[in-house]
Design a protein around this ligand. Structure first.
Ligand code: AMP
Ligand code: MG
Length: 330
């Protein structure tokens, strides 16, 4: 019966380091294929990353189209990460998405990357109306749904926590991405070294912390500095999340974004939630960092609520804010 047919959406993510294509329906991920850009040295170079995405686009798209063909699935829409992200990367992805939408004669759905992190987190954990701590390489925000939009309760005043971790790691000679390496080193720490703790109102800042930690690493044991960096940065994030929870009167906390893989951050948030009687949700690791499934799934819920993106409105949006999006699907 046509009315009962499941909806199938192809999604393309590529705002920064990970190019990823996926196919989902309402229930689950059907296929996903990624190609990861690893900078030869230093951090992410936007044009190099875009070049990487262009080279791997055909491969990642073909992989999920093969999966669709195998199961005889008809694609109902093409979703793509419209922003925020690196301009050259976004343009490469949007161009491919437009071509696919024309090729299959199906609607295009431009998805806000931050909202996709939230929606996939809710989908995969069962959280319904959480305060969201979104911490990644490009963003650090505390958000919650209020009057039909994801409002930003607090955010970084300068660089994201992931970027601060990666920058510090580079300064002490560790390769990109630094977050996981710092976490491993921090496990053998013995001493806490005071570092700048900066929370202003509901916002936080990490740029000074990264610099101060690099200075401290010249005098102190690296493991101690790594651990102190984590303790300081994560305490800032937990403080703001806790205040958002009280202010927005929510009962759930959802952790999303690549930095959410960190077990110390999870532990600190979990303790805060237990003390407040809130429920704490973390999706599986594969849905924490950037992935195509989150774009495909968010495109699916958007389309089912009646939202698609005409070609003329499909320009990329490098500075796309979450609170610009009307949440029509909840
Ligand atoms: P995303 O932009 O969401 O894909 O996340 C990438 C960021 O997550 C990078 O800054 C990484 O250094 C960071 N990251 C990944 N794993 C960990 C970890 N275990 N601890 C801290 N940061 C991490
Ligand atoms: Mg991200």
């Amino acid at each position: 019966m046509e009315a009962d047919r499941r909806t199938i959406v192809l999604g393309l993510e590529g705002t920064a380091w990970n190019l990823s294509s996926a196919l989902v329906d309402e229930e689950d991920v059907i296929a996903e294929k990624s190609a990861t850009y690893v900078p030869a040295k230093g951090g992410i170079h936007p044009r190099e990353a875009a070049q990487h995405h262009a080279e791997h686009m055909a491969g990642v798209v073909r992989a999920v189209l093969d999966a669709a063909r195998e199961d005889d699935l008809k694609i109902d829409a093409v979703a793509f990460s419209q922003g925020p992200g690196l301009g050259p990367c976004l343009r490469t992805v949007a161009t491919a998405a437009r071509a696919l939408s024309l090729r299959f004669g199906v609607p295009l759905v431009g998805v806000n990357h931050c909202i996709a992190h939230i929606e996939v987190g809710k989908w995969k954990t069962g959280a319904t109306d959480p305060v969201v701590l979104y911490v990644s390489g490009g963003n650090s925000q505390v958000l919650a749904l209020r009057r039909g939009r994801y409002r930003i309760f607090g955010e970084t005043l300068d660089i994201s926590v992931g970027n601060a971790l990666d920058k510090f790691a580079r300064q002490v000679g560790l390769p990109h991405p630094g977050g996981p390496k710092l976490e491993a080193l921090a496990k053998s720490a013995k001493e806490y070294i005071p570092l700048p703790y900066v929370v202003k109102g509901m916002d936080f800042s990490f740029s000074g912390l990264s610099t101060a930690a690099a200075q401290a690493a010249k005098k102190h044991d690296l493991a101690d500095v790594c651990s102190s960096f984590q303790e300081t940065a994560f305490a800032m994030l937990v403080e703001v999340s806790e205040r958002a929870l009280a202010h927005a009167e929510k009962e759930e906390v959802l952790l999303v974004g690549g930095v959410g893989a960190n077990s110390r951050l999870r532990e600190m948030l979990k303790i805060m939630c237990e003390e407040r009687g809130a429920r704490f949700f973390v999706p599986e690791k594969r849905f924490m960092g950037d992935n195509g499934s989150m774009i495909a799934y968010t495109g699916l819920v958007m389309m089912k609520s009646g939202v698609t993106t005409p070609l003329a409105e499909s320009r990329v949006r490098p500075g796309y804010r979450t609170d610009e999006v009307e949440v029509t699907w909840q």
